[in-house]
Write a protein that binds this ligand. Structure first.
Ligand code: DX5
Ligand code: ZN
Length: 220
C-alpha cells in the first residue's frame, strides 16, 4: 500500500500542532517536514527547535527533508529533536557516505534526495546503505509548484536498480503530487508520496489523504 507523507510547508504555522493533528486523524502515514537554510535553496523554513516542540505534541513518524548545504553538521541536532527519517541532498556539500553513516549511528532511517538535474545513477552506489531515496519532482525550495513528468523515468530506474540488488526501501516523490499524477508515480515505482498543497489546501483532508492513496494504489 502506498504511504502518504503530508508536507507541513503548506500548513498554517500559527497552529502547527493542530494542523499536524488533522493529518494524523486523516490517516496519513507520516509527516514530511521541510527544512530550508536559504543557502542550499533560496528559501528559509524551520529548524530543529520547531521539530523538537512538535515532537511533544505529535507521535507520528517524522520524515525530515533537509534542504541545507551542510547536513552532516546538523545530524545530531535533528536526531535530538525527534526525527525518525532524516533525508539530505546528494548535491549538498557534506560527504554523502559519512552523512548516511552519522544518521544511522543516531538510530534514524537515512534518506538521500536528488534534484531534477541529478541522474538516477548518482544514488546507485549508496542504495545498500539507504532506507529511502527521495526523487524531487520540482526544484526544491517552494511548495505549490507544477509536477515535472520527465522525472518518471528516474523513478523507474531507481526502482529497477533497487529490485536488481534485492533492496527494499522507500522510494519517495516530492513536489506537485496530487490525485492526477499519483497513479503515474506509483506505477513508476514510488511507494511514499509527499504532498503539501493538495492535502493541506483540500476542503476535506480525510478525503484528500484517502483519495491520494487510493489513486496511487489503483495503478498498482
Ligand atoms: C519543496 C518541498 C516540498 C513541498 C511540496 O521544496 O520539498 O516538500 O512542500 O509541496 P507541494 O506538494 O505543494 O508541491
Ligand atoms: Zn520536501
Amino acid at each position: 500500500m502506498t504511504e502518504i507523507s503530508p508536507s507541513i510547508l503548506a500548513c498554517d504555522f500559527s497552529r502547527l500542532a493542530e494542523e499536524c493533528d488533522t493529518m494524523k486523524r486523516a490517516g496519513a502515514d507520516m509527516l514530511h517536514i521541510d527544512v530550508m537554510d536559504g543557502h542550499f535553496v533560496p528559501n528559509i523554513s524551520l529548524g530543529a527547535p520547531v521539530i523538537k516542540c512538535l515532537r511533544k505534541a505529535n507521535d507520528m513518524v517524522f520524515d525530515v527533508h533537509l534542504m541545507i548545504s551542510d547536513p552532516l553538521r546538523y545530524v545530531d541536532d535533528f536526531a535530538a529533536a525527534g526525527s525518525d527519517i532524516l533525508t539530505f541532498h546528494l548535491e549538498a556539500d557534506s560527504d554523502t557516505a559519512a552523512t548516511i553513516a552519522a544518521i544511522k549511528e543516531k538510530g534514524m532511517k537515512a534518506g538521500l534526495s536528488i534534484k531534477p538535474a541529478t541522474p538516477a545513477e548518482a544514488v546507485f552506489p549508496f542504495l545498500p546503505q539507504l532506507d529511502l531515496v527521495l526523487i524531487m519532482t520540482v526544484e526544491p525550495g517552494f511548495g505549490g509548484q507544477k509536477f515535472m513528468a520527465d522525472m518518471l523515468p528516474k523513478i523507474e530506474k531507481i526502482k529497477a536498480e533497487a529490485d536488481r540488488i534485492g533492496k527494499t526501501l522507500y522510494i519517495e516523490v516530492d513536489g506537485g503530487i496530487g490525485e492526477s499524477n499519483a497513479p503515474l508515480v506509483a506505477k513508476a515505482g514510488a511507494n511514499l508520496l509527499v504532498a503539501g498543497s493538495s492535502l493541506f489546501l483540500a476542503d476535506d483532508r480525510v478525503k484528500a489523504v484517502a483519495g491520494l492513496r487510493a489513486a496511487a494504489d489503483a495503478a498498482l
